[in-house]
Design a protein around this ligand. Structure first.
Ligand code: AHM
Ligand code: MG
Length: 334
């Protein structure tokens, strides 16, 4: 019967986190509590995005954020939701958000984590109902630290966990921990739980798909131009690469993770440092891609995980994706 096909032993994010915690006898449960606050914020943001057009949440809030982007009403709401969730978790002491100029501190004896986030990445796509996402990276405070800017101004190699949630046809949460696997969860709106739907995600070793804003090619360095031109020529199978560009990094990255290929936002003559931010866009994505068997490098072809941000909103060029596709980029760009 139909009922016989219902899986009654699903792994929810809550169960997954509890089982992970049991594997680490030294764990205090603090990280698990922080993750519960994170998943609450993802669920709430997903809910407001779904209802946005109905409850007058589309359009601009009438302000600009620190990096000069116009803020959408949903950017502001998501940022507020995220900050409240982190503060009330009692486990987050330092918070950096794309929407906040300065570091936010929540000093507390029990708070040992620093979190960087982009509450809504790809917000220029919001009003068209195109997928957007939340990106996060989690650092542990230095021993004895009460939480300082230095606790978050660290390279990706220091991250204890990172990931993103894509708000698409369903909300997809992808999370990875230091030295661990990458796991994907799908939000079941009926029961309000993230369900493990993509265990141990591995990015295909290669795939002839590239994802870049080609409108910027006028500003690209020659190596970058030559690389993308080469993809439009006949490859070994006689066919060129396919282009796919959503313009929401989370959505482009999620597709690249599942299908393989390459996503890039190169530094160029117009934006010599690149567009995407290291702390809450590049480094967390680099950790996900590396732990899934892919690679991520900056515009100098240095390992993205090792790029040290000079300031909290510092930017970098990025090339990330399938292992072989990033190797190919390195041959062209030096
Ligand atoms: P945002 O954080 O202000 O939304 O900007 C980041 C977004 C990424 O999601 C996306 O990859 C990129 O900007 C798209 O930029 P462009 O419109 O220049 O192609
Ligand atoms: Mg953003």
């Amino acid at each position: 019967t139909q009922d016989a096909n219902i899986n009654t032993n699903i792994i929810t994010l809550t169960r997954f986190l509890t089982e992970e915690q049991v594997k680490h006898p030294e764990a205090t449960g603090d990280f698990t509590l922080l993750c519960h606050a994170l998943q609450y914020s993802f669920k709430s943001i997903a809910y407001y995005i779904r209802r946005a057009t109905l409850v007058n949440l589309t359009g601009l809030a009438g302000s600009a954020n620190t990096t000069g982007d116009d803020q959408k009403k949903l950017d502001v709401i998501s940022n507020d939701l995220f900050i409240a969730a982190m503060r009330s978790s009692g486990k987050c002491s330092v918070l950096v958000s794309e929407e906040e100029e300065n570091v936010i501190f929540f000093p507390s004896d029990g708070a040992h984590y620093a979190v960087a986030c982009d509450p809504i990445d790809g917000s220029s796509n919001l009003d068209a109902g195109v997928s957007v996402g939340t990106i996060f990276g989690i650092h542990k405070l230095a021993p004895g630290s009460q939480g300082t800017k230095e606790d978050i101004l660290k390279p990706g190699t220091e991250l204890v966990a990172a990931g993103f949630t894509m708000y698409g046809a369903s909300a997809q949460l992808v999370v990875t921990m230091k030295g661990g696997t990458v796991n994907g969860f799908t939000l079941d709106n009926g029961i309000g739980e993230f369900i493990l739907s993509h265990p141990d995600m591995k990015i295909p070793k290669k795939r002839a798909i590239y994802s870049v804003n080609e409108g910027n090619s006028l500003y690209w360095e020659d190596g970058v131009k030559n690389y993308f031109s080469s993809l439009k020529e006949a490859q070994e199978n006689g066919k060129p690469y396919s282009a796919r560009y959503i313009g929401s990094m989370v959505a482009d990255a999620y597709r690249t993770l599942l299908y393989g290929g390459l996503f890039a936002y190169p530094a160029d003559k117009k934006s010599p440092k690149g567009k995407l931010r290291i702390l809450y866009e590049c480094a967390p994505m680099a950790m996900v891609f590396e732990n899934a068997g892919g690679q991520a490098v900056d515009s100098k072809m240095a390992r993205m995980m090792e790029v040290v941000p000079e300031s909290i909103h510092d930017r970098a060029g990025i090339f990330m994706g399938s292992y072989d596709e990033v190797e190919k980029v390195k041959k062209f760009v030096k």
